[in-house]
Design a protein around this ligand. Structure first.
Ligand SMILES: Cc1cc2nc3c(=O)[nH]c(=O)nc-3n(C[C@H](O)[C@H](O)[C@H](O)COP(=O)(O)O)c2cc1C
Ligand code: SF4
Length: 469
């Protein structure tokens, strides 16, 4: 493959492995079908259409692709959940809601390489037997929706979509559906409700596992934008070669979105597990801001549990248990889970020693209290209570007992709700209270009064003081 030239100043880091983001920030690249085809675009579709749908599924399963939307569930296994004796239509939905705070990768694929997504989507629809696919895109991405509409029209004109895809008799239409602008619209069953024209109230599982009872109660596969793009590359290189990227249970590449207190925040595509947290922060992101030290990392989107900079973790290496520090954690699904957190949606939020944890937690609690759909009492009430308590802590109006109450509220949400938002909103509190209890209590009894805090923390304290007194 020809060497790619990138826009000056936007070149990938030497430790990156650009596959999905190969064309992002590429010099002379545009979103047209002509440009995409010049680089071999839609050849993988032609290749896939020569295979049996089941063989495409098996290839994706053998490649070990795990979903990039949050849970890391194996994509090929999920596709196999469509009931074998199904007589109803099957739908495929591309989840382009990208709502998890700290995550900003799908939008770049859509904005800069829409045909890669469309090609992956067509191959995936063929594999699962869908003749209708939706791209559910967040309301706040109007330009992205327009780019996709244009790309779909171009693909339709070239017979990559329609009644007779590439002359094979396979039929597929893709529609772009603009979302309702809520975090919960990213949760797959909330998304399906929204697509049906209703409030995005998540459905209870069981029985509403989308692969069996999804859109209009028909079998439905929901996949993330990045996951669907990987399918095209698996067909291109074959499961074996794809499986050699990354590490054995964590194959391929993935895009990490780094935000927070590093010198060079941004997107970095790595081979899964081949880069450690230390390499990511210190090499790829240029290290911490001048004069600042690493305090903690939220490694997989805002819902993932925080990791302290001075924490020790135990990882299995072969038969041995090895103790490691935060900088040695390989950036993959299994390692981050073994360290008590998760790789989630790939949003890595780096926190330095100028940040008060009460401010960080309050920021998240404000978001979750606003975004709860309100169906379940523990989540609706609890997320608002957690916000009120951290409002009090940040503004200096809390008592030390408030920290215990905060923790107890979180544990009364976790595992007691209809959808995983319950965990998403309680895990940050559970982990931050467990790991920064002294600091949080110190915020309530004046012991932290002299510590240096960032401008944002001081600003939040000032604003909240006027609200809570
Ligand atoms: C509250 C909540 C929000 C979510 N938001 C998104 C999102 O914005 N994008 C996404 O792909 N998955 C999101 N998910 C995960 C989806 O429910 C679903 O698991 C995912 O789209 C499946 O795709 P994958 O298997 O390709 O990862 C969210 C889950 C929860 C619980
Ligand atoms: S857990 Fe929260 S977001 Fe999910 S259904 Fe219940 S109230 Fe709605």
């Amino acid at each position: 493959m020809a060497k790619v030239k990138y826009i000056a100043g936007k070149e990938p880091h030497a430790k990156e492995h650009r596959m999905i983001f190969r064309n992002v920030d590429r010099e002379g690249w545009d979103t047209s079908l002509a440009t995409y085809q010049k680089e071999g675009g839609y050849k993988q579709l032609a290749k896939a259409l020569k295979m049996e749908p089941k063989a495409v599924q098996e290839e994706v399963k053998a490649a070990g692709l795990r979903g990039r939307g949050g849970a890391g569930f194996p994509t090929g296994v999920k596709w196999g959940f469509v009931p074998p004796n199904n007589t109803k239509p099957v739908y495929l939905i591309c989840n382009a809601d990208e709502s998890e705070p700290g995550t900003f990768k799908d939008r770049y694929i859509i904005h800069q390489d829409p045909h890669q997504l469309i090609e992956g989507l067509i191959i995936s629809a063929y594999a699962v037997g869908a003749h209708l696919a939706y791209i559910y895109i967040r309301e706040e991405f109007p330009e992205g929706a327009q780019i996709l509409e244009t790309a779909i029209e171009e693909a339709r004109k070239q017979k990559f979509l329609g009644k007779n895809v590439c002359g094979t008799g396979f039929e597929l239409e893709i529609y772009v559906h603009r979302g309702a602008g809520a975090y919960i619209c990213g949760e797959e069953t909330g998304l399906i409700e929204s697509l049906e024209g209703k409030r995005p109230y998540p459905r209870i599982k069981p029985p509403y596992f989308p692969a069996a009872m999804g859109l209009y109660l028909c079998p439905t596969i929901v996949n993330n934008v990045e996951s669907l793009c990987h399918v095209k590359h698996i067909i291109d290189m074959g499961a074996d070669a794809y499986g050699k990227l990354g590490t054995p249970r964590n194959t391929g590449t993935r895009i990490l979105c780094v935000s927070g207190d590093v010198k060079k925040p941004g997107y970095y595509e790595i081979q899964v597990g081949k880069v450690t947290m230390g390499e990511l922060i210190n090499d790829m992101c240029g290290g911490m801001k001048e004069g600042r030290k690493l305090k903690a990392v939220i490694p997989g989107g805002s819902s993932s549990k925080i990791l302290r900079a001075d924490e020790k973790f135990t990882l299995k290496q072969g038969d041995k248990d090895v103790e490691i520090g935060i900088e040695d954690i390989p950036m993959d699904f299994d390692s981050l889970m073994a360290c008590g957190s998760m790789a989630g949606s790939g949003g890595v939020i780096v926190i330095d020693d100028s940040r008060a944890i009460s401010w960080v937690l309050n920021n998240l609690n404000t978001f979750y209290a606003h975004e709860s759909c309100g169906q379940c009492t523990p989540c609706r009430e609890g997320s608002a209570w957690m916000k009120k308590i951290t409002d009090r802590i940040v503004s200096g109006n809390a008592s030390p007992e408030d920290v215990d109450t905060l923790e107890s509220v979180a544990y009364n949400i976790d595992g007691k709700t209809i959808c995983a938002f319950g965990e998403a909103c309680s895990w940050p509190t559970e982990a931050m209270v467990a790991k920064f209890r002294d600091e949080l209590i110190g915020d309530t009894d004046g012991k932290n009064a002299k510590r240096p805090v960032s401008k944002e923390t001081q600003e939040a304290a000032k604003n909240l003081k006027s609200l809570t007194t």
